[in-house]
Design a binder for this molecule. Sequence first.
Ligand SMILES: [Zn+2]
Length: 500
Amino acid sequence: MRQGSPRFVGETWPVMSDEPAQAVVKEIPPKAADLSAWYTAVCLKAELVSYSPVRGCVVLRPYGFALWEKLQQHLDARFKQTGHENAYFPLFIPANLLQREAEHVEGFAPEVAWVTRGGGEELTEPLAIRPTSEAIIGVMYAKWIQSYRDLPILINQWANVVRWEKATRPFLRTMEFLWQEGHTAHASAEEARKETLTILDLYRDFAENVAGVPVYAGPKSAGERFPGAVETFAIEALMPDGKALQSGTSHDLGQNFAKAYDIKFVDSDSAIKFVHTTSWGVSWRMLGGLIMVHGDDRGLRLPPKMAPLEAVLIPIVRTNDDRAVAACQATAERLAAAGFRVRLDARDEQPGWKYSEWDVRGVPVRIEIGPRDVESGTAVLVRRDRQKGDPEQRRSVALRDVESNLRELLDDVAASLYRDAKRFLDEHTIATSDRAEFFELCRNRAGMVDIAWCNRPECEAHVKAATTATSRVLRPLEGSAVCTACGEPAQVRAYFAQSY
Ligand SMILES: [Zn+2]
C-alpha cells in the first residue's frame, strides 16, 4: 500500500440490512469505526426516515422530505433555466410496451414488479410498476411528434419508481425511491448528444456547488451503460469507505428507443426520420451521498444551500428572565424577513440538550443569545462544521450586524465542507501503472484508482471478478500507453473503484 494513502472507514454493509435491531437510536456510533452503523443511526436519529412495515421501503419523515424538497428546488430551477418543462406519466406500464426495446427489457427484467390482479380479477395483460419510464413516455412521444416543428421535446418528471431489492439502506438502496427522470427527443444526433452533456454538467454543478460533493463526470464503459443507451454519462462521488457512489446519470439513447416505440417525424427536407432521444436522472441517492460525505460523529453536517434550516436560535434562559427569548424572537423575525430559513427553539429544555438535537440534524449555524448578550447587544454564532476547541467555531457579533455575519458564515461553511470533501477525493485518487498495485488498490477499496485502460468488456469483467471494482467514468488518454490491468494497448484513462 502506498504511503499516506487511504484509511478505510468501516466494513462492507451487513448482508442482513433491513431494520436495525435498535430502532430507537440512543447514541450515534463513531463514523470511523463503522460507516454502515453510523449512517443508519444518523438517518434515524436526525428523523430523516423511518423503517416501514413494507420490506424494502422507508418512510421519508418531514425533515427528510424537507431535505428532498431542497434538492428538488435547486434541480427544478436548473431544468427550467435550460428549457425543460415538468409533466407526469402513469405509474403502470403494460407488459407489451415494456418489452419493445430488447436490451432495455433484459436489463430491467430482474428488478421489475408486476401487477397481475386488479378489481378482483386476473388481468389479461400484466402491468409493470415503472422501474423507469422510457417505455410509456416513448409511446406518448410517438403520438405527439409529427414534424420537425414539434422538436425538441424537453420534459422532466418528478416521480417514484420501483426496483425489486432485497436489502434496505435508506436513500442508497430501497425498493421504491423518489427521483426525477428527464426524457427528451431531438431532430439530430448532435442535438441529443449536446443535451446529454448539458445535463451531465448541470448535475456536476449541482453536486459540487449545492450539495458540496465533488465528483468525477464522464462517459461510462460499455459494461456500465444503461440498458438500451448508445452512451451513458455519469457523475461519481467517493464515499468515506473508499467506495464510489454513482450520483446521477445522463443517457444518449440514439435512435434505439425511437425505433422501438416508432417515434418518427417529417424533417424540413420532407424525409421521414426517427428522432434521437435522451434520458437522465438523479434520485434521493444523492442525499445518501451528502450525508456520508459531510456527516461527523455528532450527526449530519448539511451544506447550507441544502439545509432545510440555515440557522436555529436558542435562548440561554435564566429563571424569571425571558429577555433572551424576546431577543431571539426579534432576531428570528429579522432574519426570516431578510430571507433566511431560521427557527426559534424556545422549548422548555436545557440549552445543551437542544444543541445536540440540532447538531444531529446538521443545521449549519446555531445562534445563542443569553442575558449577558442582551445587555451587550450581541449574539454568539456557532458553526456546525467545526469541532469543539476550534477557535473559529464560535464568534460573538453585534446583533445589528447579525444578517451580514450569518450570510458570511453560511458561505464559509459551504466552502469549507466542499474543500474538505475535495481534499478527501484528491487524496484518495491514486494513479498507478503497476498491475499488481492496481489490483491491490481496487481490492482494498483505496478510492478512485486512476489507470490507462484498454476499455474492453473482457478486461473489466476480469478486474470485477478479481476485485469487485468496476470502471466508474472514463476520460481521454493523452499519448499512448498500455492498459494497467491487462497489458493491451490503452484507449482511455479510467477511474476504477468498488461501488454502491
Ligand atoms: Zn485492459
